[in-house]
Design a binder for this molecule. Structure first.
Ligand code: C5P
Length: 232
């Protein structure tokens, strides 16, 4: 089965630029991530258009609510036919289990993954909300909680991938943003890893935005990354 490792982040405010980019890419080479901005602007209609072009979709809406509401949202996402959906692990075990049970009932269950600690949050930000643990401790704790609750994996930084791969085993899905090919602009990312290094560290899937979306030739940028990681 074709299982492309690259997920292209469609960080756009409207359908037109997202579809224009999709036209220039190929579903055999990547999946597409639709997040809060694009989904809020365009809704399920855009997902339908992307899936008609054979792209599989990671719907990155990071649900976080009481268990019943989160489960119903996951159920609705699964009914759209997306490949992957996510929730915040900070919603707790009951919420995670409710989400898991909801997607399991779908005709075609999407992969369900959890966000652990947002990478925008440092030690002081955790202290501000009453969490004394370090970000690294929290990431591991929440990844274990997600795994115990029957989720398929987590979103994490590539820097965390090696530890989580060791602690959570080979089957656990690690989805890593903050990827930059050597020589690419860092944009606003600070701790980055190359595609090959991230896969070698244990990443299952790489979320890549601007290095492809802002490239003069997005397909060529994608092909170049695929060439780098082939065999990893
Ligand atoms: O353009 P770039 O490759 O930096 O885009 C990365 C994508 O991954 C964006 O959609 C961003 O919101 C997302 N992301 C991230 N870091 C996280 C979680 C998500 O960069 N910790």
């Amino acid at each position: 089965m074709n299982d492309p490792k690259i997920i292209i982040a469609l960080d756009y405010p409207a359908a037109a630029p997202a579809l224009a980019l999709a036209e220039r890419l190929q579903p055999a080479l990547c999946r597409l991530k639709v997040g809060k901005e694009l989904f809020t602007a365009t809704g399920p209609a855009l997902l339908e258009q992307l899936m008609q072009r054979d792209f599989e979709i990671f719907l990155d809406l990071k649900f976080h609510d009481i268990p019943n509401t989160t489960a119903q949202a996951c159920k609705a996402a699964a009914a759209l036919g997306v490949w992957m959906v996510n929730v915040h692990a900070l919603g707790g075990r009951k919420m995670l289990e409710a989400a898991r049970d909801a997607v399991a009932q779908a005709a075609r269950p999407p992969k369900l993954i959890a966000v652990t600690v947002l990478t925008s949050m440092a030690q002081q930000d955790l202290a501000d909300i009453g969490i004394a643990a370090t970000p690294a401790e929290m990431v591991l704790r929440l990844a274990k909680l997600a795994q115990d609750s029957g989720l398929d994996g987590v979103v994490c930084s590539a820097q965390e991938a090696a530890l989580l791969r060791k602690q959570c085993g080979d089957e656990f899905c690690l989805v890593t943003p903050g990827i930059r090919p050597a020589q690419a602009s860092l944009d606003d990312q600070s701790r980055v890893m190359t595609p090959l290094a991230a896969l070698q560290a244990g990443s299952s899937y790489l979320v890549i935005g601007r290095p492809v979306t802002q490239a003069a030739d997005p397909l060529q940028a994608l092909l170049d990354i695929n060439k780098e990681i082939v065999g990893a």
